[in-house]
Ligand binder design. Structure first.
Ligand code: PLP
Length: 385
């Protein structure tokens, strides 16, 4: 599938990167479980030398993810955080990064607890109004790092607006597109330089793999990142790449159902007497719904809600009663999950910072899966009763 850019999403999800195996004709890319490759003379090989530098199963997946993000280059890593680590290693001491103040906890942790120690400075600001971004840029700003929708408050950041500001100041814009997936949103098409995914979540989709990915059409940046991928070595193994290639084939179907179920659950929660606020970008009254409607194809299955009784104890009570919304870290799998950000995914963010963004003690995050919607609604109903 050479001219994959000509095809639509569902076709690319099934075909991009995957060619029948040249030696056997196997339709599915095999799991090339090998560390090295024979050379007929020193330096003479078939394009693969050592599996840290390259492995055919990984190459197929990297092409597939690049194609889904309309990118020229894709790179896979041992986890989402390993992908973030590679991006940060393109920076130098003294460089500055501007990011959102409502950020995946692990991203906040690697920024502040690891790379800050190497002399890179991080600023966390509210970007719901994208004009705020411009005020914080200096000549030392080398990277703008955003997530949209944000985790867990489901705020929406204007990617086109951020890209315009980044371009004007010659700084790179990277979008963590984990929550949206390439099915709902393609940041490169909106002007971003780089897209990052925790493949662990929706892209793999079956809660059985930990992996990360980057995609870009900037050749110079891709070469730098490829150098780091090989030199630092945080690569995924071929078996995990195979599982993700398999998962991607149904990404479009899964996302359709995640969106349908998400919409139904968000509306159910909104009318429930024990629920205080529901955070979901599909609501017309969501402050940046108009931006979400422009940059996303649909609104996804991630929802957060707070309780009128705003205590951790009240949230724990609900979480314990769930039968289908399993209490677990992570998101984006076929099964519905629930979480308590203040004590789980976002515990590494200080309480004062959490309070600033509205991440209250009773906040519950749902990753709405693709089960039958009636069963999911019943589960919520009994847990909130
Ligand atoms: C999970 C997650 C990450 C980190 O990815 P891992 O695969 O767990 O290392 C980064 N960003 C977001 C938004 C995530 O949900």
């Amino acid at each position: 599938m050479s001219k994959s850019k000509d095809y639509r999403f569902g076709t690319k999800a099934i075909h991009a990167g995957v060619e029948p195996d040249p030696t056997t004709g196997a339709i599915m890319t095999p799991i090339y479980q090998t560390s090295t490759y024979v050379q007929s003379a020193p330096g003479q090989h078939k394009g693969f030398e050592y599996s840290r530098s390259g492995n055919p199963t990984r190459t197929a997946l990297e092409k597939s993810i690049a194609s889904l993000e309309n990118a020229d280059f894709g790179l896979c890593f041992g986890s989402g955080l390993a992908a973030i680590d590679a991006v940060l290693k393109t920076l130098k001491p003294g460089d500055e990064v501007i990011s959102t103040n409502d950020l995946y906890g692990g991203s906040y942790r690697i920024f502040t607890k690891i790379f800050q120690g190497f002399g890179i400075h991080f600023h966390f600001i509210n970007m719901e109004n994208i004009d705020e971004l411009e005020k914080h840029i200096t000549e030392k700003t080398k990277l703008i790092w955003i997530e949209t929708p944000t985790n867990p408050m489901m705020n929406i950041i204007d990617i086109k607006g951020a890209a315009k500001i980044a371009k004007a100041h010659g700084t790179l814009l990277c979008v963590d597109n984990t929550f949206s997936t390439p099915y709902l949103q393609n940041p490169l098409d909106l002007g971003a330089d780089l897209v990052m995914h925790s493949v662990t979540k929706y892209i793999a989709g079956h809660s059985d793999v930990v992996m990360g990915a980057l995609a870009t059409s900037n050749k110079e940046l891709a070469e730098k990142l490829y150098f780091i991928q090989n030199a630092s070595g945080a690569v995924p193994g071929p078996q995990d790449c195979f599982l993700v290639l398999r998962g991607i084939k149904t990404l479009h179907l899964r996302m359709q159902r995640h969106c349908e179920n998400g919409s139904s659950i968000a509306n159910f929660l909104k009318s429930h007497p024990k629920v205080d606020k529901v955070f979901w970008p599909g609501f017309k009254e969501h402050p940046n719904h108009h931006i979400a409607s422009q940059q996303m194809h649909d609104f996804g299955g991630m929802i957060a809600f707070s309780l009128k009784e705003n205590t951790e104890a009240a949230a724990v009570e609900v979480l314990k009663k769930f039968n289908l919304f399993t209490l677990a870290e992570s998101l984006g799998g076929v099964e519905s999950l629930s979480g308590h950000p203040a004590s789980m995914t976002h515990a590494s963010i200080p309480k004062a910072e959490r309070d600033k963004v509205g991440l209250s003690d009773s906040l519950i995050r749902l990753s709405v899966g693709i089960e039958d919607i009636e069963d999911l609604r019943m589960d919520l109903k009994q847990a909130l009763a």
